[in-house]
Unconditional design. Structure first.
Length: 79
């Protein structure tokens, strides 16, 4: 059974890919009123404040979510 985020909760983890100040310090997922969202948090050490942003989850151009690429038609070989 996979971990399921309850409504109006979420989690953040340290962004190991942060290279510049414009990259978020933490990223994660939240569920707000039943809708799954991506969450990003920036921490400004100089002014000691947090900035929080929400966005729609990324969807690949072919319509499949980013994590659902295992069973797509591109992996089906015709021979």
């Amino acid at each position: 059974m996979a971990f399921e985020i309850k409504d109006n909760t979420g989690f953040l983890h340290k962004n190991k890919y942060k290279k510049e100040n414009k990259h978020p310090s933490y990223t994660g997922d939240v569920v707000v009123n039943g809708k799954k969202m991506k969450c990003s948090l920036w921490y400004n050490k100089e002014k000691d404040y947090f900035f929080l942003g929400f966005s729609e989850p990324y969807v690949k151009p072919d319509g499949l979510p980013e994590s659902d690429n295992v069973d797509n038609k591109e992996n089906d070989l015709p021979f």
